[in-house]
Design a protein around this ligand. Structure first.
Ligand SMILES: *Cc1c(COP(=O)(O)O)cnc(C)c1O
Length: 483
């Protein structure tokens, strides 16, 4: 049964909290507040007991699928398990009671954590300097592109465009536009990788940057990356790395060594902080030495064993965020890296790739694998063959809910028809992967034999198929409008 609204629970005059009667002299509210500001009638607040509130919200918290309850192979999003120790330590009083205006000498501990995290990320990515401020990957993209822009302007170059493959995440062209560049899309080659010839044709003195992710959004490693970096640099353009797929590479190879000049990290993906409905993000941006002067202020510097926030940076692009970034996410990433160690992070990437290859290999007979190369940490299948039965990828995704799995990402990347983008991550057991594979194989059978079952799915969830756009287009925030 659907959960009622909290306004529909309870009874008139039921109280959540009872306060003992006071013996203070009462004041007349009319004399304290101007008449026109006074409420004409009582607010319509829910009148519920404490236990009703607890049960209501506990039930609501369990209606959704989440990493803590279900396998969540949402491609591109790296929905790995978020270790509880991160929650515990990042909410220590010493962190939560910090005031952002405290002087540097009183917050040496947290500055050290931020400084050290920056160093670790530079080492993992192969870069020289970093900012931890951006709030998420997309914000990191914008920050990185503004740094690139400042770099070109300082050199007196007017550049107008950024080249992006057609497999790019939607935030990439959006960030280019926000940074004042024209996003030029190039078609991927038959193998799903950057087409060097097309790239060469577009590259010119107007090109500020080439923006790519490696492995790309198909989960395929761009083997020509060194050549891509070389021809990009040959026209004076820079190579921007969308680091959302870093979970495939840690401890194995480094974007900085591949020739990337700028890289954003998604701490909430690769470094195990809750995200999506579970919490805010963090998108640090690392750069090569020559871009360091343009980093946003403040930059954390260490001198004579002391940490300070340096604002005196004349070439800086300025501030991109109030204060210093999403600190709890930064702390969680720091804890995760310290806990895993260098060998541990390498194992993370090895297992992330192994898990993805296992799942894709077992599913590629029942579904199509449009780009048949060994996937890295994720792989993209297509449900195109089920169209003749009237079944779309959306139906497959909805049916997975009945089997107790959060669906993979669907309809992305855009270059794959009826795409199913599966990223199992390293934190899943073989038993879980097998159960997911069995469900997918069964659904592939159902699509042919009983397509209606898929088209009307999900059947077991508290609500059936939703109009996913309606809630965004017709916001209803007053409870009476629901009636
Ligand atoms: C998630 C993702 C982004 C955007 O990152 P956010 O942290 O969601 O803003 C960009 N590119 C790719 C490939 C991604 O997977």
């Amino acid at each position: 049964m659907a959960e009622k609204l909290i306004f529909e629970l309870g009874r008139i005059d039921r109280e959540g909290v009872s306060i003992p009667p006071d013996d203070l002299e009462s004041l007349n509210i009319d004399e304290l507040i101007p008449e026109e500001l006074l409420r004409k009638r009582d607010p319509t607040l829910p009148e519920v007991s404490e236990v009703e509130v607890i049960r209501h919200y506990t039930r609501l918290s369990q209606l959704n699928f989440c990493v803590d309850t279900h396998f969540y192979p949402l491609g591109s999003c790296t929905m790995k398990y978020n270790p509880r120790i991160g929650e515990k330590l990042s909410t220590l009083e010493g962190f939560t009671s910090l005031h952002p205006y405290e002087p540097d000498e009183l917050v040496q501990g947290v500055l050290k954590i931020m400084f050290d995290l920056g160093q670790y990320l530079c080492e993992i990515g192969g870069f020289d300097a970093i900012t931890l401020q951006p709030s998420a990957g997309a914000h990191g993209e914008l920050t990185g592109l503004l740094i690139i822009r400042a770099y070109h302007e300082t050199k007196g170059r007017k550049r107008s465009k950024v080249i992006i493959p057609d497999s790019a995440h939607g935030t990439n062209p959006a960030s280019c536009t926000l940074a004042g560049y024209k996003a030029i899309e190039i078609k991927s080659g038959k193998d799903g990788c950057i087409d060097l010839k097309r790239l060469q044709e577009e590259l010119d003195e107007e090109t500020a940057a080439v923006m790519i992710t490696n492995p790309n959004t198909l989960g395929i490693f761009e083997e020509e990356i060194l050549r891509i970096a070389e021809i990009t640099h040959s026209v004076g353009a820079l190579l921007y790395g969308d680091g959302a797929n870093l979970n495939a590479l840690m401890g194995i190879t480094r974007p900085g060594d591949m020739g990337f000049d700028v890289l954003h990290f998604n701490l909430h993906k690769t470094f195990a902080a809750p995200h999506g409905g579970g919490g805010p993000g963090s998108g640090p941006v690392a750069v090569k030495k020559e871009l360091e002067p343009f980093l946003p202020v403040p930059v954390i510097v260490k001198k004579d064993g002391k940490y300070t926030l340096d604002y005196n940076r004349p070439l800086s692009i300025g501030k991109v965020k109030s204060f210093y970034g999403n600190l709890p996410v930064i702390i969680k990433a720091y804890i995760y890296i310290r806990m895993m160690g260098a060998q541990g992070l390498k194992r993370v990437s090895e297992n992330a790739v192994l898990n993805a290859r296992y799942v894709i290999n077992r599913l590629k007979g029942a579904f199509d694998l449009p780009y048949n190369k060994p996937p890295m940490h994720e792989g993209v299948l297509s449900g195109k063959k089920f169209r003749e039965y009237g079944v779309r990828t959306l139906d497959i995704a909805k049916r997975l809910l009945d089997y107790g799995f959060h669906p993979p990402t669907i309809y992305f990347p855009l270059i794959v028809e009826e795409a199913l983008m599966i990223e199992p991550t390293e934190t899943e057991t073989k038993e879980t992967l097998d159960a997911f594979i069995e469900a997918m194989l069964k659904i592939a059978e159902e699509a042919v034999k009983t397509p209606e079952l898929l088209k009307s799915a999900p059947h077991t969830t508290p609500v059936k198929r939703l109009d996913e756009v309606k809630a965004a287009k017709e916001l209803k925030l007053r409870w009476k409008e629901y009636k």
